[in-house]
Ligand binder design. Sequence first.
Ligand SMILES: [Zn+2]
Length: 68
Amino acid sequence: MVCPRCEQGEIAATAIRCNGAGLFVCEECEATWIVESEIGARPFVDLGTHMRSLGLAPTWDELDARAP
Ligand SMILES: [Zn+2]
């Protein structure tokens, strides 16, 4: 799926490593959605802002690739 914000990056299905919560993150601009069905339909959150709000470092190291 191509990111509806930047129209360049792919949306990656990931999970937060420490709690397994799913996230959908653009690999290009890091626009983030929590729910897959809301991608493009609801405003994105910034990956760094979301991670900091959870007390985590705002890096991809905190994320795990999810099985498709
Ligand atoms: Zn993007």
